[in-house]
Design a protein around this ligand. Structure first.
Ligand SMILES: C=C(O[C@H]1C=CC=C(C(=O)O)[C@@H]1O)C(=O)O
Length: 360
C-alpha cells in the first residue's frame, strides 16, 4: 500500500485502520467512508458486521465499517534499529515517581492491591515521517506484535501501536485471551538479545502477573465457565522487552458457546494489566492521579468479524501523532513491592519500543 491510499482516505474524510496481525506477512487497510461511529450502550461484538473496533480506556468504542478492505504483502524492510538516547525530563520523572510512591502508600492501606500508572513522552518526529513506512518498519521490527495505525475523524491525531497483548481473540471457533505483566529488558548491557530462558523474575513481578491471571479466572467464574485450558506462565520476548504470559483458551465450537467473546470482552476490559485490582478502586486512583487523558491508550483495538474471526488487542506501546508531534504512552503495574526509580525506567523502556523505530 502506498502512502497515497492512506492520505487519499484521510482527505476523503474516511476513518482508516491499517494493521498487521502477529506473525503475518500480509497487512490490511480498511476504510469507513462515513468516518466511523461511536457505538451505543448495549452493543455486542457478535451483532457487528465485518469491521474494526477501537475503544478508549474508558468509554464506548468506535466502529469502522469495512466499506473497503485491501491487503498487501509486506516487503521486508531493514530492521536495523538505533537506540534513542533519551534525555530524562527530571521534573516529569519526579512527578511520576511521586505518583508511584503515593500508589505504594495507598496499596499498603488497602483495599487497593495493584494499580497501573502511566505517563506520556512528547517528541518531535523526524522530517519526512510517513505513517505507512513507520507501520511497515514496526511490522518488521516486532514480528510477534499486533501493529496498527488508526485515523478516526472524531479523534485527534493518528494512533499507532505495536502491542504484544491479546485481549480477546476468536479464531476458527476458538477463544483466546492472555494475562501479560512483569517486564524486564530484552537485551543485556552490551545490547545483545536475551532469550526468555535467561529471564529472572522477582517476587514482585510474579505477583503482579498473578493479579492479571486471577482477574481473568474471576471473569470465567462470573459466567460459570470451567472448561478452559491454561498455559503458562512463561516468559515471552516482544523484541526489546521480556514479559510473563499465561494463555487461556476455550473451544467455543465444541462447547456451543458463540457468545463467549462478547461476554468476556464486557467483563475483561480494562484488565488488571492496564488498570489494577480491585478494578473500581484502581480506576478511581488512576483518574485522580494521572494528569493526562489516557484516551485510546490502554483501550483495545483490532479487526472484528472479518472472515468470521475477531482479533482485539490492548492498545499498548502506543503513540498519538498530531502533525509532527508524537505523544508516546507507557505504564507499569505498581504493587506494594514497587521501587519508584525502577518503575520510571520501565516506562522509559516501554516508550523505546516505538521510539527506536519512529525516531530514526
Ligand atoms: C501498561 C503497560 O504494559 C502492561 C503489559 C505488560 C506488562 C506490564 C507491566 O509489567 O507493568 C503492564 O501491565 C504498558 O506497556 O503501557
Amino acid at each position: 500500500m502506498g502512502e497515497n491510499s492512506w492520505e487519499d482516505g484521510i482527505s476523503r474524510g474516511s476513518a482508516l485502520a491499517a494493521w498487521r496481525l502477529p506473525h503475518a506477512s500480509e497487512a490490511f487497510l480498511l476504510q469507513d467512508f462515513q468516518g466511523g461511529s461511536q457505538l451505543a450502550e448495549g452493543w455486542n461484538v457478535a451483532d457487528l458486521p465485518a469491521g474494526f473496533l477501537a475503544a478508549p480506556f474508558i468509554g464506548l468504542p468506535y466502529f469502522l465499517a469495512s466499506d473497503s478492505l485491501n491487503s498487501w504483502t509486506l516487503t521486508s524492510v531493514s530492521t536495523s534499529i538505533n537506540i534513542v538516547i533519551d534525555e530524562e525530563d527530571s521534573s516529569k520523572k519526579q512527578e511520576f515517581k511521586s505518583w508511584v510512591s503515593s500508589a505504594i502508600e495507598a496499596i499498603k492501606q488497602g483495599p487497593l492491591q495493584k494499580v497501573v500508572l502511566s505517563r506520556t513522552d512528547v517528541k518531535e518526529l523526524p522530517a519526512g515521517f510517513s505513517i505507512v513506512a513507520a507501520l511497515e518498519e514496526l511490522a518488521a521490527a516486532y514480528p510477534n506484535a499486533f501493529v496498527c495505525a488508526i485515523s478516526i475523524p472524531a479523534l485527534a491525531g493518528v494512533w499507532m501501536c505495536a502491542t504484544p497483548e491479546i485481549l480477546v481473540e476468536q479464531k476458527d471457533g476458538v477463544f483466546r485471551t492472555i494475562s501479560l505483566a512483569g517486564t524486564q529488558s530484552g537485551v543485556d548491557d552490551h545490547g545483545n538479545a536475551l532469550s526468555p530462558a535467561q529471564a529472572r523474575w522477582s517476587q514482585k513481578e510474579i505477583e503482579e502477573q498473578a493479579f492479571v491471571s486471577r482477574y481473568i479466572i474471576d471473569c470465567f467464574k462470573k459466567i460459570r465457565l470451567r472448561e478452559y485450558t491454561e498455559l503458562g506462565p512463561k516468559t515471552i520476548s516482544t523484541g526489546n522487552l521480556l514479559h510473563l504470559k499465561t494463555e487461556y483458551i476455550v473451544d467455543t465450537k465444541a462447547m456451543d458457546f458463540p457468545q463467549l467473546p462478547g461476554l468476556m470482552l464486557g467483563l475483561l476490559h480494562p484488565t488488571s494489566a492496564v488498570c489494577g485490582t480491585p478494578k473500581q478502586e484502581a480506576i478511581e486512583f488512576i483518574l485522580k492521579t494521572e494528569t493526562h487523558d489516557r484516551s485510546m491508550y490502554s483501550g483495545y483495538l483490532g479487526p472484528v468479524n472479518i472472515g468470521g474471526n475477531t482479533h482485539l488487542f490492548v492498545n499498548l506501546r502506543t503513540v498519538k501523532i498530531t502533525g509532527n508531534q508524537a505523544e508516546f504512552y507507557a505504564g507499569c503495574g505498581i504493587t506494594e513491592d514497587s521501587d519508584p526509580e525502577k518503575e520510571w525506567q520501565e516506562t522509559q523502556m516501554k516508550c523505546q519500543t516505538l521510539q527506536r523505530v519512529l525516531m530514526q
